[in-house]
Design a protein around this ligand. Structure first.
Ligand code: GMT
Length: 374
């Protein structure tokens, strides 16, 4: 198939899923055309089946905000027409689904039929999308998509609850490439961070409010009182300064390191003992799956699609949002020498069920069905 993939080219989960999906499809022989405003972060190599089309966003003194959606729709029209695409797959509804609708209508007038698949990822539904300033367009563009997928049963449920959606939503979970995300031998790295054999806790995120990074630091502060440990924070975003201040206030600076946006996150995960994700909302939790693939147990909040990934008491624990005491108690339980190995093995076993080789055919079947019915 010739497939156009539209996504955010950034470090965010939806962009990562879209890029990895495109790469895996290309490896299977499909021709994949990425349409984004910047080269996607994980698309930094050559493959004969991968193409990249940059959206030109023209500025003009009249515009306070350049009309990205129009530039994107125009680019979609051209790529679909000249590359003779079979299908457009847009990731994250805002504004990709409505831009795709507009492109589809323009193409229809020109006698070109293009099926559109929209994948709902999370905050496009649970946070931003349901805001009245976007809701009518999001509802419309979901209903007008020829196929809709959501990354968890919970996200599907939320979509049906908050939007007047009258179309089928197929659940296709996030996936992982176990060839890349696996525990690597990085003893020298572990020794450098934990010279006295301390336990290592890791958190990765985009440091938005919804991730509750402050809970990571508070749990670490409590755990460190009895278990010698270190904390690595990977990623960057709006909450970073506040989090650095919190570390200073709690006096934990010497045991906490902010690593910023790291591409080779699997190297850090390879030496971790516990991954912590205390998010307020999380439709799936791709970062936690990446940790599990590297044999890291996960301590998470009990929200959204996370319980579909984290099996309480086996791969880690599920705790109520903001419940620092319980999170501390569970973190200590996992980190206890007699428990850790079991949790690590269970985490990897669970991650294996989300291997890309198992999930990719679900997308291929869904594309084919969508093309057939259009
Ligand atoms: O808000 C984010 O963390 C980024 C967001 C995105 O769409 O870029 O991530 C969402 O999509 C990921 C991939 O499907 C999911 O694994 C994340 O759970 C989800 N984030 C939230 O729901 C907060």
């Amino acid at each position: 198939m010739k497939i156009g993939i539209v996504c955010y080219p950034t470090f965010g989960g939806s962009g990562v899923v879209a890029t990895e999906l495109g790469k895996a499809l290309a490896a299977k022989g499909h021709q994949i055309h990425f349409i984004t405003y910047k080269q996607p972060t994980r698309l930094d190599f050559f493959s004969e089946n991968l193409y990249y089309h940059e959206v030109d966003i023209k500025s003009y003194p009249l515009f306070d905000h350049a009309p990205y959606e129009l530039a994107l729709a125009s680019k979609m029209v051209n790529v679909v027409k000249y590359e003779e695409l079979d299908l457009l797959h847009v990731h994250y509804a805002i504004p990709h689904a409505s831009a795709a609708y507009m492109a589809k209508q323009i193409l229809k007038k020109q006698g070109v039929i293009i099926p559109v698949v929209t994948t709902l990822h999370g905050t496009d539904i649970t946070l931003v999308g349901k805001d009245p300033s976007y809701e009518p367009v999001v509802t419309f563009s979901i209903n007008e998509s020829d196929g809709v997928t959501a990354v968890s049963e919970d996200l599907k449920k939320s979509t049906l609850l908050h939007f007047d959606v009258n179309t089928h939503i197929e659940v296709i979970p996030n996936f992982i490439d176990l060839n890349r995300f696996k525990r690597q031998k990085k003893e020298h790295f572990k020794k450098a961070i934990c010279p006295n054999d301390e336990k290592l806790m890791v958190h990765t995120s985009n440091f938005r409010k919804v991730k509750r990074v402050q809970d990571v630091i508070k749990v670490f502060y409590e755990v460190r009182k009895t278990i010698p440990s270190k904390l690595l924070l990977v990623g960057d975003g709006p909450e970073r300064d506040k989090m650095e201040r919190l570390c200073r206030e709690l006096g934990t600076c010497e045991d906490v390191r902010f690593l910023g946006k790291l591409e080779a996150v699997e190297e850090v995960l390879s030496v971790a003992d516990l991954f912590i994700m205390p998010s307020e909302k999380e439709s799936f939790g791709l970062a936690a799956l990446e940790a599990m693939a590297c044999q890291v147990p996960i301590l998470t909040s009990n929200v959204g699609g996370i319980p579909e990934l984290n099996i309480d008491g086996e791969t880690g624990f599920l705790c109520e949002v903001g419940d620092i005491d319980t999170m501390t108690e569970k973190a200590k339980f996992i980190l206890a020498d007699e428990n850790l190995a079991n949790f690590k093995n269970n985490a990897l076993d669970r991650a294996k069920t989300f291997d890309v080789t198992a999930i990719l055919p679900l997308y291929e079947d869904f594309y084919q069905k969508t093309i057939n019915k259009t």
